[in-house]
Design a binder for this molecule. Structure first.
Ligand SMILES: Nc1ncnc2c1ncn2[C@@H]1O[C@H](COP(=O)(O)OP(=O)(O)O)[C@@H](O)[C@H]1O
Ligand SMILES: [Mg+2]
Length: 319
């Protein structure tokens, strides 16, 4: 596995930067546009040491018209990924020689394998592992027991993700799964800052992005998760030739960002203060307005639990 030596601080355990400066660099391991893959049946690496599980998964893969490759250990998985370049990996959380979450982390941190989608097939009891500290996450999690339809759905989503990024020319995408505590949010933010450092963003822009992440991540923890530390907040970092995109997703109910009498708006930055007093809310109400002002694009999904922030890499595209 080839880690790109771009001077990542050792403190962060070798998070590999997806450098915008590296576009087109030959040995940078940019996504190979393997146009032939469309003609050949796509391969799915099934990594599970329990033979029965592995067989069931593999036959479901086959039922979807895809080509399963069965392996039973972490070492076999690493070799198979290098050799076969699978289109998708289905990964069990425990393997005889390795922790599945660590293996996922390893594939996702490597530039060469970053864009291979990974779906982790876990038992409910493994869910807590996802929620420990800061993890580099899989594309999807399928909790056992699952129906064939659910598995196919997860596979389709993961494959669509891959295709979309190939079309867009995304250089890299990494998900951080973060247990809902501010210290872990800050830790993830430091890792992100290391990634930003390898883009052409200025120091000022990086500072802005860090603050926007703290505000929006803080909202996810405080409002989305109501400080339930078992819930997982996900930050996606995506780099493509034009922009850095950050997506912050919580597991909460969401909200309507157009109906926030207790928060500041550009038009009326202080009118909400009295309303907050009446509602007995702590001082504040500036986070969304601040974060919005620090990026080039800012929007919520319709539920209000996913916020997307985009910072364009110079020069910004015309409106
Ligand atoms: N992820 C979220 N889930 C649910 N509600 C949210 C979320 N993010 C923000 N909100 C709502 O938006 C309001 C404004 O957020 P913000 O501008 O950061 O101010 P503050 O956090 O100080 O209240 C919050 O008070 C909350 O009601
Ligand atoms: Mg806030």
């Amino acid at each position: 596995m080839e880690y790109l030596a771009l001077g990542v601080r050792a403190r962060h355990n070798g998070i590999e930067p997806f450098s915008a400066e590296c576009f087109g660099c030959a040995e940078g391991g940019l996504i190979s546009a393997d146009s032939t893959s469309k003609l050949m049946p796509r391969t799915v690496l099934v990594v599970d040491d329990e033979r029965d599980n592995n067989d069931v998964l593999s036959s479901l893969v086959q039922a979807r018209g895809l080509d399963p490759v069965q392996v039973f250990s972490g070492a076999q998985a690493i070799a198979a990924v290098a050799e076969r370049r699978p289109d998708l990996i289905l990964l069990a959380p425990t393997l005889p020689d390795m922790d599945g979450f660590d293996l996922c982390d390893r594939f996702k941190r490597s530039r060469e394998t970053n864009l291979i989608p990974i779906v982790m097939v876990t038992a409910q009891a493994d869910a807590h592992k996802r929620a420990s500290g800061v993890r580099v996450g899989a594309n999807g999690y399928l909790v056992k027991p699952f129906t064939p339809a659910k598995l196919h759905e997860a596979m389709d989503e993961a494959l669509a993700w891959h295709e979309e990024h190939q079309q867009k020319g995304t250089t890299g995408e990494i998900h951080f799964d973060i247990r809902s505590e501010l210290t872990f949010l800050a830790e993830a933010n430091d890792m992100l800052a290391d990634l930003f450092a390898h883009t052409p963003l200025t120091e000022r822009q990086i500072k802005d992005l860090k603050q926007a992440i703290m505000e929006m991540g803080g909202n996810a923890i405080e409002w989305g998760h109501r400080k339930n530390t078992d819930l997982v907040l996900r930050i996606t970092y995506r780099i493509d030739p034009k922009a850095v995109t950050l997506i912050i997703q919580d597991e909460g109910p969401g909200f309507n960002p157009r109906q926030l009498p207790h928060a500041a708006s550009e038009e009326d930055p202080i009118g909400h203060i009295e309303i907050r007093n009446e509602l007995g809310l702590r001082e504040g109400g500036f986070g969304i307005m601040l974060a919005r002002g620090m990026v080039d694009r800012f929007h919520y999904n319709s539920r209000g639990n996913v916020v997307t922030m985009i910072k364009y890499i110079d020069p910004p595209p015309a409106e």
